[in-house]
Ligand binder design. Sequence first.
Ligand SMILES: [Zn+2]
Length: 538
Amino acid sequence: LVDISAFDREEISCLAYGVGHGEEGVCLLVQMGPYRVLLDCGMADIAPLLDADRRPCCDLVICTHAHRDRARGLLYLHRAAPHLPIYSSEVTSQLLPLNWLEESEPIPHFAQALPWQCAVEFQDGLVAELFPAGHLPGAAAVLLTYTSPQRVYRLFYSGDFFLSNSRLVEGFHLETIRNLQPDVSIIESNYGTSRHAHRRQQENNLMARIDAALARQQSIVFPLDTIGIAQELLILLRSHHLFTGRDVDIWVDGAIAVGCDNYLELISSFPPSIQNFARHQSLFWDEKVRPCVRRWQESSELGTAPCIILSDRLQPLDRDRLDRLQPLLIFVPEGVSLPGNLPSDFQIETYLLAEHSDGGGTTQLIHNLRPKHVMFVAGDRNYIQDLTALEELQNRYHLHAPSAGTLVPFPIGDTFIQPAPPIDPHYEGELTELDTTIEISLPHALANDSRWHNFSDTGTIEARWQGNEIVLRGISQRELIQQDRYRTARANDRVESCANCRYQRGYRCHQESSPLYTFKVPFDGYCPSFEFLSPSNP
Ligand SMILES: [Zn+2]
């Protein structure tokens, strides 16, 4: 239990009930002057948020967006304290009930909608303003301002944010928050310091991989959350040139189908391109315009042609149905731990369709804000450590990376305490150049990191140049199998596939005109830019 008595002494402080590690969800209690504001309520158990008389710990709640890891405790908090005001954006207030589809009673729209970019005064001197944050329709970043007789205190909370445009929601506009100079910024860090290709490239890559799987007669299952990537994927499949007009069935399962229905009520809040699309054809459900998108029901007939299924991530996959779909490929998002219910005997591949900003986007947001303190939440602990180790951040801001149950004071003004420097993630090694090989020895401490296990899994590594530096990467079991397939495919050198293409080097595509450019390509991938490896071939 956290000692809350220490809470009042600092001018701004944050009690982190949940910081979003693993399945924990995000829930932060912020104290500004005399007020306590709860930012998000992603905890499954809300007991810590109530005192012995079951009074809530806060004066009001702001929910940034309708994802489960930010919202799932809200209904129970609302039931325990019906008079506690809960605020969100208009779209979020409409999407929130999707988090409790298992409840037998109808879920009221208990969150009060706040307008975008309009400062709303809740209590004397306490003001909040919401900014569209990309990531998910309705997702908001929050600026809290408290004005005391002495000074103005400001805290910015990013929620989940994404600078790039997605299909159904525009990216976060940095100019809306440029130079805010808040005292404190609480920033999500789901992708740590990783770097991603442009979002459009990710989309093209995924579409090409789906295309290749269908060409191999494989059906594809995507286990997904109720809202977000599922609807993005449906719009992509219905509008991408590889799929428009194509005779392939797309089935949508369980809660995701309800999520689609909810989205249909929100069309006026979507980007103009989507509103325009919706004027000419149905956004999701379509039996006439191909590819057909249908709601999966028990009675649905799968047919014999390969199909695409979007299935509820939290529901166990129906083994009988999967068997009927063989040969089958299960696509899971990169970096997300595999759902425990995935059958191990199916072919599983990962893909990236980012819904958060990468390391570059995260630092860009922070530099644009110019805060005094930065606190990181959400995402893997190692990823957060990578961010707090960045010199460009360490030199300019006071960095915090609390674990759940920690009280974080943000000293403001002259009484500044320099936080302890984070652990240095650099390792010094030795290089020995032998006749035919090069040996690099590194200190064993490197293996103490929880990421080591994945890195060293097969004992095979890949090295590549990045500017004047060499980057090392562990090769996974799955990739080794893939490489084997590559070798077999290459032996059969009359087949037109990435394995035999002159533009494929190191399993990546080097043809700029290809939709697969810079991506890792499957051995049996294909695109119109294909050319045989050696000119003597057909
Ligand atoms: Zn989210």
